[in-house]
Design a protein around this ligand. Structure first.
Ligand SMILES: NC(=O)C1=CN([C@@H]2O[C@H](COP(=O)(O)OP(=O)(O)OC[C@H]3O[C@@H](n4cnc5c(N)ncnc54)[C@H](OP(=O)(O)O)[C@@H]3O)[C@@H](O)[C@H]2O)[C@@H](O)CC1
Ligand SMILES: Nc1ncnc2c1ncn2[C@@H]1O[C@H](COP(=O)(O)OP(=O)(O)O)[C@@H](O)[C@H]1O
Ligand SMILES: [K+]
Length: 474
């Protein structure tokens, strides 16, 4: 499990060490970690060139001391002072080993040329002390360096909000971010997380609280994915009730049920008009509440009053329920954490607008964590926001982000499959936010496996799920 923290939490954890006079020691550890990561990227240190973009705070200080280490190893190092102030001892250390210095206000052209001809550009402009994004000349230089293949970010890409992943102004895409003390949550959150590249953590032995964000890995999935025991039978594994599809949209129901069966559930009971595979119990007009452990409602139900009525009954049944697609519009005033909403950005904007918070899709795309949290606050539900990186927020404050997916998953019906997989986990008794993160991860991995780098149809995703799971669980 990757654990990530807000910038504030990391700074608070550092405080006792700083109070004990260990600030210089921490900076030295950070600088060595950063320099080592850069050295790993260079074929050989001697004869390579590095340019350091230096902001006014300690982030610039870390980068300058890393520059000193690199220069001692034979790298030709130049620093570009981006602001009117800089970390004086750090600059003196770099100059003492022959580092060159440019000042952005005076030497823009030379600084830009040096950066473009450098093997590595270290982005040390802003770290956890930033307020807002890059402005003025710094923003211009960074925009002119867009596409540089050798950017290594110091602690985080400058201009990326450490807590939220939001960006305000240009951000330089890094191949690697060397982050200090703890992974910052913003490095794992859309829309800015892609700028971080590969993430390396330099341990500073901080005493950290509960993480602000978690990302599940393969070991977590293997631990938490339900597997039947020798004494299990179909009812003990969990029975899922599904209200999906309509005469107009039968396919959504088939994909959702396909997702649930692939994820592994004891039985699916289906309400609706879509043709179902033989393993599904279908045909009843209602299902007594005690005959299922969880519900999935919504895919393909819009504009079918009977399906909408059934969806509403399931949502208000008190059982765990996944509310997807058309059923999002049927949500009562308040629900509980066992209700999991699965909107994409457009559906989340519509949901918030119905609750009196006028929101556009572009707002959600700019600040996904904030608007997902707002939906949790306004509904009481656990919310999974779909996208290239999927974000899950629960009323308990737990936040997950999963980024296994491929853009080939952006195909009609892909979300129906995800909803089915998630609902299967709820029926098996997995706690809702964890189930949401697990479903997003395995859905993403199944998409990657099914795609193999080329296009997929939604039904291919469910087809690949058992292979992903058998690899995980064996
Ligand atoms: N604490 C520790 O022990 C350790 C900390 N470590 C390192 O310290 C980093 C945090 O350092 P930090 O607190 O000095 O802040 P930092 O991110 O360098 O930038 C703030 C400076 O930039 C300025 N500024 C702000 N916003 C701006 C904007 N939008 N555009 C332009 N300028 C802006 C602001 O100046 P002001 O405007 O306030 O005059 C201020 O001077 C952290 O990320 C990690 O790398 C590690 O060494 C481990 C030990
Ligand atoms: N660019 C992307 N990269 C990776 N995954 C994506 C991307 N766009 C969408 N997805 C994933 O594909 C699925 C699309 O769901 P959704 O929009 O609900 O489709 P539908 O409603 O047609 O089923 C989600 O799981 C989402 O996370
Ligand atoms: K930085």
């Amino acid at each position: 499990m990757l654990a990530a923290y807000s910038g504030t939490a990391v700074r608070a954890a550092e405080k006792s060490l700083l109070d004990a006079g260990l600030g210089g020691h921490l900076m030295a550890l950070a600088a060595y970690g950063l320099a080592n990561a850069v050295l790993h990227r260079l074929d050989q240190a001697y004869g390579s060139r590095a340019v350091i973009l230096v902001g006014s705070g300690n982030n610039g200080g870390d980068a300058l001391y890393a520059g000193e280490v690199l220069a001692r190893r034979g790298v030709a190092v130049s620093a570009v002072l981006m602001a009117e102030r800089w970390h004086e001892p750090g600059l003196a250390a770099l100059q003492s080993v022959g580092g060159r210095v440019f000042r952005l206000v005076e030497d823009r052209v030379e600084a830009l040329a040096a950066a473009w001809s450098a093997d590595v550009v270290i982005d040390g402009i802003l770290g956890t002390g930033a307020r807002g994004g890059l402005r003025g000349l710094a923003a211009e230089l960074v925009a002119q360096l867009r596409g540089h293949p050798g950017v290594v970010a110091c602690d985080l890409p400058s201009g990326l909000h450490p807590d939220t992943g939001e960006t305000d102004g240009p951000v330089l895409d890094a191949v690697e971010t060397v982050t200090f003390g703890a992974i910052k949550a913003g490095l794992l959150l859309p829309p800015g997380e892609a700028a971080a590249g590969e993430i390396s953590l330099i341990d500073l032995d901080l005493d950290l609280p509960r993480p602000d964000l978690q990302r599940l890995d393969q070991l977590d999935l293997a631990e938490f994915w339900p597997r039947p025991g020798a004494t299990d039978h179909k009812y003990s594994r969990g029975v899922l009730g599904v209200v999906a599809g309509s005469a107009q949209y039968p396919g959504a129901a088939q994909l959702a049920v396909g997702g649930a069966l692939a994820a592994g559930v004891g039985m699916v009971r289906y309400l609706g008009p879509a043709p179902m595979p033989p393993e599904v119990v279908a045909g009843a007009s209602a299902i007594a509440a005690n005959r299922v452990q969880a519900w999935l409602v919504g895919p393909g139900v819009a504009d079918d009053p009977v399906q909408e009525q059934r969806s509403y009954a399931a949502i208000t049944s008190g059982l765990p329920v996944v509310v997807d697609a058309g059923a999002l519009a049927l949500l009562p005033e308040a629900v509980g954490a066992d209700t999991v909403l699965t909107p994409h950005a457009g559906e989340l904007a519509a949901l918030l607008s119905r609750r009196g918070q006028r929101t556009e899709r572009s707002d959600v795309e700019r600040e996904p964590l904030r608007y997902t949290g707002l939906a949790v606050e306004l509904t009481g539900a656990t919310v999974l926001l779909k996208g290239a990186t999927t974000v899950v927020v629960s009323p308990s404050g737990a936040v997950y982000s999963q980024a296994e997916a491929t853009p080939w998953l952006a195909t009609a019906g892909s979300g129906d499959t995800l909803a089915g997989m998630l609902a299967a986990l709820l029926a098996s008794g997995v706690q809702s936010a964890l189930a949401a993160a697990m479903a997003a991860s395995v859905h993403g991995q199944a998409g990657v496996l099914a795609s193999g780098g080329g296009p997929i149809a939604a039904s291919d995703i469910a087809g690949a799920v058992p292979r992903v799971l058998s690899e995980l669980l064996s």
